[in-house]
Design a protein around this ligand. Structure first.
Ligand code: NAP
Length: 463
């Protein structure tokens, strides 16, 4: 990344779309100080007023949808036909607002003692830094912005360079909603400046959503500062199509789960294990559906598969596919059918691979692109073993008609979320979390409020 400028190269044509200078050190110091100042009053604002302000910010954001949809296509390549991501943003933000009162309620001591008042109150942590990725630039950021503000914190946002305009949209929405000056601020920061903020302990909590390597850098930067971290990192999410699965549903849902957003979903399906009974028909069905994608300019209504967000991401997937084929995998999709993929840009034909195994990077490392490997399994034990054979653990999906079996298999999976007969979805009522290299902490659900507040105990004795 440039030292002094933040640059977004559009994946549509490889041209520069946006350039912003990074902030000066003085501007960063002023932003932190304004946020602290605003938070001192905000934490005492009644919850009903905080709710109204957060919902007004949400409404202001949603009102921009018409401009945001093509802007997203230009910044990161998602086709306009999908209509952006504000439906999910609203679902999550409204849910987090709705549960705030209950989640932030004072906890009385379990055992009452005569002559004492004993309780645990929840105080806001203070200043929260949100570091967001480009793949779902509004959805990932709102997960923390909404509950952090509801809990009485101030928020600083450092958005991804690829979606720098999304950060600016959040800022516009905050201003339009009349949030107190400084309470929410979008900052244009280099990596180094972001690290400095953490190293110097200028914020109290940081939620980082992004790659594993980015997460490691953030953890190193925060070391010794006692800043708490929520880390939502990469994944290699598996699916298992069981013997008793509804095959048609599994094929359709899993192809969508693997290829939507050109596979650039944190919980997108990257590996599929199919019971031998269904294997041939599953592969045939998946290949058939994948061949129907229309790869092209995301601004065209007919396009169902846009370019990846950057050429370097497409090159990584090209490399993984080629390595798998060199090791004996079969590539079922003829890239020649997808004219937009000339082999040298962000436009990448989708791919379905069989004959894969776990020695191949396409089955081990995050692809974050429009490719999926499919393996045949004989039953639950083999599927569980393969699903767990990964350094990541965000979500795992099981296709079956047996809820008890899904829960029993789920108990044995090393993962943050277990799905049955669905995938690639975040339920705001459940904790979004990961295991292994996928991260630490939890966002969404009432548990999100745990990391955005600190407990304060009161032990008061009458005499
Ligand atoms: P990324 O390169 O790690 O960047 C994420 C954010 O962190 C961006 O704002 C980036 O800024 C910033 N950043 C990266 N390294 C940094 C450093 N050393 N110091 C300070 N800031 C740093 O990830 P990405 O490519 O944007 O996003 C894709 C990744 O996110 C995938 O691995 C995906 O699985 C993961 N993800 C996970 C979840 C989840 O819930 N677990 C959700 C969505 C995405 P710049 O853009 O300016 O570099």
């Amino acid at each position: 990344m440039a030292d002094t400028d933040i640059v977004c190269i559009s994946p549509i044509d490889g041209r520069e779309l946006v350039r912003r200078p990074i902030m000066s050190e003085a501007a960063i110091a002023a932003a932190v100080s304004a946020a602290r100042e605003a938070q001192r009053s905000w934490r005492h604002v009644p919850l009903a007023e905080r709710s109204a302000a957060v919902l007004a910010m949400l409404d202001a954001l949603v009102a921009m949808n018409q401009e945001v949809v093509p802007e997203l296509a230009q910044q990161m390549g998602r086709p306009v036909r999908y209509g952006g991501e504000f439906r999910g943003v609203e679902e999550r933000a409204r849910y987090m607002v709705k549960i705030a009162e209950d989640s932030l309620r004072t906890i009385p001591a379990d055992d009452e003692r005569a002559g004492f008042r004993r309780m645990i109150k929840r105080e806001p942590v203070g200043l929260v830094l949100v570091i967001a990725p480009w793949n779902y630039p509004y959805l990932t950021a709102i997960n923390t912005i909404a509950p952090a503000l509801m809990a009485g914190n101030a928020v600083l946002l450092k958005h991804a360079s690829q979606t720098v305009l999304a950060g600016e949209r959040f800022q516009m929405a905050a201003e339009h909603a009349g949030l107190p000056r400084g309470l929410f601020q979008n900052l244009h920061l280099s990596h180094d400046q972001t690290s400095q903020i953490l190293q110097q302990g200028l914020v109290d909590h940081c939620n980082f959503t992004g790659s594993v390597s980015g997460g490691r850098s953030i953890e190193r930067a925060a070391a010794g500062s006692f800043t708490s971290l929520g880390l939502e990192l990469g994944g290699k999410d598996p699916a298992y199509v069981r013997e008793d699965a509804n095959l048609d549903h599994a094929v359709e849902n899993l192809v969508d789960g693997a290829f939507f957003n050109s596979g650039q979903c944190c919980c997108g399906i990257e590996r599929i294990y199919v019971h031998e009974k269904h294997y041939d028909r599953f592969v045939e069905g998946a290949v058939d559906l994948v061949n129907k994608y229309v790869l092209g300019n995301p601004l065209d209504e007919a396009t169902t598969l846009g370019p990846m967000a950057h050429r370097r991401f497409a090159d990584l997937v090209r490399h993984q596919n080629a390595e798998a084929v060199a090791k004996g995998a079969k590539a079922h999709i003829d890239a020649g059918r997808f004219a937009a993929d000339a082999g040298n840009s962000a436009y990448l034909a989708p791919q379905v691979l069989t004959g894969v195994d776990h020695s191949m990077s396409v089955m081990r490392e995050e692809s974050f692109g429009p490719t999926v490997g499919i393996m045949k399994v004989r039953g639950d034990e083999e599927a569980i073993h393969l699903m767990n054979d990964s350094p990541y653990g965000l979500s795992a999906a099981i296709w079956t008609s047996d809820v008890e079996a899904a829960e029993a298999i789920g108990n044995k999976l090393e993962t943050g979320t277990v799905f049955m007969n669905r995938c690639d979805y975040l339920d705001p009522a459940l904790a979004w979390t990961g295991v292994k290299d996928t991260g630490r902490g939890a966002s969404l659900s009432r548990l999100a409020y745990e990391s955005l507040t600190r407990p304060k105990s009161f032990h008061l004795r009458h005499i």
